[in-house]
Design a protein around this ligand. Structure first.
Ligand code: MTE
Length: 337
């Protein structure tokens, strides 16, 4: 199958929108937001499955999100020849261990997590450290829709339309010092609302931590997302702010971020600490380097079932090699998995 991804700079706003999809999007966004935004919406990727946005819950977006939405660059990046995963699968088959280890636990329990007000600390090796209310944190950035493949290390995958802004834009804003070599992200700790954090069986030493090398973080594909499917992020997907790095396994995409720290040393990350022989710091999608317990050559694209497993070949760097392979030139990817 031929899979073509637009360059980050491409904008496919001239693409024709099937009416059914356009109408689904109108439903997604809700009348109030749409009143001002309808004329600007170009619609979905050509590969979007009819009904992909069906069942999207009415938006309960905070005011700052609603104000930003009309200026969104729709389909700033998209995938061609593939269908967007139905909203229901993207929001009911999740990994978010703070809410439990079953794929249904996040949808079951995350709804009661308070995500407003929310604040984000930016600190470490930056010229402009600070603690920001999310609406202030978001002020400088235009939202972009990025339709990306998501490949979990467990060998399932989806295609999700995120709404966010380039991580590089934040980094420029906070003025990294010359010592800033890595960026470390931390998820909220809230034992009252996150039952997984109360569990005595949890392997994770909370908070959930992830990290990137600075040049990875500056790559135009890396975004901080605040929305999906034309609305705000669902709590189970990491509301109100999460990382998306589509060429890496999904576990790098840390959810519900409360702290972003620029550091000199490579940060100790959650899964690497738990099982260093299975999960590395880089975690680039690589069909030629198997997980010790299963192959990474193939993946199950959701929706999938026993009768229709929907298995496909995994692509190097999840199909984003043109954009990111040069970050790793000279590195042995078997060692730096
Ligand atoms: N972030 C936090 N804080 N806690 C988690 O358990 N799981 C990761 C990642 N981010 C996780 C997390 C894993 S393993 C995956 S595959 C993706 O989130 C899943 O994202 P999704 O549920 O939106 O598909």
């Amino acid at each position: 199958m031929l899979i073509k991804m637009s360059r980050p700079s491409d904008c496919n706003e001239s693409q024709v929108t099937p009416e059914a999809l356009y109408l689904s999007r109108r439903r997604v966004l809700g009348g109030a937001v749409l009143a001002g935004a309808g004329a600007l919406l170009p619609g979905l990727a050509m590969g979007a499955a009819p009904g992909a946005y069906d069942g999207v819950a009415p938006s309960a977006a905070p005011g700052w999100f609603r104000q930003k939405l009309p200026d969104t660059r729709w389909q700033a990046v998209t995938v061609q020849g593939e269908s967007i995963t139905p909203f229901n699968d993207a929001t009911h088959y999740n990994n978010y261990y703070e809410f439990g280890t079953d794929k249904g636990d996040p949808a079951r329990y995350a709804g009661s997590l308070p995500t407003e007000p929310w604040s984000v600390v930016v600190d470490g090796e930056v010229g402009k450290p600070g603690k920001y209310a999310l609406e202030d944190f978001m002020k400088p950035y235009q939202l972009e829709e990025r339709i990306y493949r998501l490949r979990c290390v467990e060998a399932w995958s989806m295609v999700i339309p995120w709404l966010g802004f380039p991580l590089s834009a934040l980094l420029k804003q906070v003025e990294p010092t010359s010592k800033a070599k890595y960026i470390r992200f931390e998820t909220l700790v809230d034992r009252e609302h996150m039952p997984g954090q109360r569990s005595g069986f949890a392997l994770i030493n909370w908070p959930y931590v992830e990290g990137l090398r600075m040049d990875e973080a500056m790559n135009p594909l890396a975004i901080l997302a605040v929305g999906m499917y034309g609305r705000e992020l669902a709590n189970q997907n990491g509301a109100p702010l999460r990382l998306i790095v589509p060429w890496k396994y999904g576990f790098k995409g840390v959810k519900s971020i409360v702290r972003i720290t620029l550091v000199e040393q490579q940060p100790a990350t959650t899964w690497q600490q738990i099982a260093p022989s299975e999960y590395g710091f880089y975690a680039n999608v690589n069909p030629t380097v198997d997980h010790p317990r299963w192959t990474q050559a193939r993946e199950r694209r959701l929706p999938s079932s026993l009768f229709s497993p929907n298995v496909r070949e995994t692509l190097m760097f999840n199909g984003y090699a043109d954009e990111v392979a040069s970050l790793y030139s000279g590195m042995d990817l078997r060692v730096n998995y």
